[in-house]
Design a protein around this ligand. Structure first.
Ligand code: ZN
Length: 419
């Protein structure tokens, strides 16, 4: 059968069984996986049993207590490439249930929409990834190589115990290409992210009594450091030419869509957020220690080394003794991307264009997902999923129709890549 014939069979199966698949998604939404605490064990257990009932393997990994990830796969009759599907099972906390107009874990359906915490970010995507594997297996699609499913925990808290752990310890999860199903908006494939860093800075002073104040106590020093780091806001280096257009389109889109209205620079320049300042003990003593945590996001084109040198440069520009400033790089996730002409990117875009009837942009985003772990290893990867509206807010919801469309795009891309 031609790849077109295989796709037609898959699309017909999705149309015929959409209510059944929506039922599976509602069941998954009904299992809370808020992070924190990040316990994905009940959800992984449910999905592992589902996969086994379909005759598929289901390996469960738990590198931290209750932070579980699930790996399943099907092998072709002939050798070939390995395509990895990736999604996360943990989700933002639901927050105060009073701010919701229904139970956040109900999986309620009405007016053609499915409601619940995590349905958009990203249980609809993760279930679509899982069902792509199940459908190719059930319809006995003659793939070459291997289709590998990875559904992980720990995404919302950085991915070290989820995707990154799998990539380090389970070789089959690396693959030759990766397709992630995070929400993107149905007319956009994401091919890159800004860098993401957490910097912990401590300042010290010998202390004393408030009756004899000093100019440079630990809090004053911390304020000088903060002021210096704020100079990194808007800093950028040259964008690599192969993604220049993708970065520009991502910026334009975020401005047009309102998320970055009036601050388009955020999309392609460095941002600084001083998220934590803790210092001093009481008002009548000179503070002896102050601790800060700072989030830095860098554009494509700025490496970790570039950033670390720049931070040293602005710290050197203060009057402070560098030896008295403790700097710890807690998280270093360099910006990463796939070239827009990669096969996996082109295949997703073509299938999305066909299924939605819309023009599809390939953009670099200012956000962050686990896909960066594949990009960082030089493995081509693309992200395509449901709409970005109504996620991470009370009354999170998706349209039933977009769930079916995302499933079709992912299943068809598996066929293009593996058949
Ligand atoms: Zn997500």
């Amino acid at each position: 059968m031609t790849t077109e014939g295989l796709k037609q069979r898959l699309f017909a199966e999705v149309d015929r069984r959409l209510p059944e698949f929506q039922g599976l998604l509602r069941d998954v939404v009904a299992i809370p996986t808020d992070n924190p605490p990040g316990d994905t064990s009940a959800c992984v257990d449910y999905l592992a049993r589902y996969l086994k009932s379909k005759g598929l393997p289901a390996d469960v990994y738990e590198p931290q207590p209750t932070v579980q990830s699930l790996v399943s796969w099907m092998e072709g009759r002939q050798a070939g490439r390995n395509l990895v599907l990736n999604g996360h099972l943990d989700q933002f906390p639901a927050g105060d249930p009073e701010t919701w107009s229904f139970d956040p874990y109900s999986g309620e359906c009405r007016d053609g929409r499915i409601f619940g915490r995590g349905v958009g970010d990203m249980k609809a995507g993760s279930v679509a990834s899982l069902l792509s594997l199940v459908l190719l297996h059930e319809l006995d699609v003659p793939i070459r190589g291997q289709l590998t499913l990875t559904l992980v925990g720990d995404e919302e808290t950085g991915g070290a115990w989820g995707s990154e752990w799998l990539l380090e310890h389970v070789p089959m999860t690396r693959g030759d290409a990766c397709l992630n199903s995070e929400p993107t908006g149905m007319d956009q494939v994401l091919i890159g992210h800004k860098g993401k860093y957490t910097l912990r800075i401590g300042t010290r002073h010998g202390g004393g009594l408030a009756a004899v104040p000093v100019e440079d106590d630990a809090i004053a020093r911390a304020m000088a450091v903060t002021e210096a780091l704020m100079r990194l806001k808007g800093w950028r280096l040259e964008t690599p030419p192969d993604v220049g257009d993708a970065v520009a389109r991502g910026r334009e889109r975020a401005v047009r869509g309102g998320e970055l209205a009036g601050r388009g620079w955020v999309a392609d320049s460095t941002t600084v957020n001083v998220g934590v300042i803790q210092g001093g003990v009481q008002s009548n003593t000179i503070p002896t220690a102050c601790r800060m945590e700072i989030d830095l996001r860098t554009p494509v084109g700025v490496s970790t080394q570039d950033l670390q040198e720049k931070v040293e440069e602005v710290l050197a520009g203060t009057d402070l003794d560098r030896g008295e400033i403790d700097v710890e790089w807690v998280v270093c996730l360099e910006s990463a991307y796939s070239a827009p002409d990669e096969e996996i990117v082109q295949a997703v875009a073509a299938n999305a264009r066909r299924i939605t009837g819309r023009e599809i942009e390939a953009n670099v985003s200012y956000g962050s997902t686990d896909t960066r772990f594949w990009w960082r290893r030089g493995i081509p990867a693309a992200i395509y999923g449901t709409d970005l509206e109504n996620i991470a807010v009370p009354d999170e919801q998706i349209r039933e129709s977009e769930f079916g469309q995302v499933l079709k795009v992912h299943a068809a891309t598996c066929v293009d890549y593996l058949c």
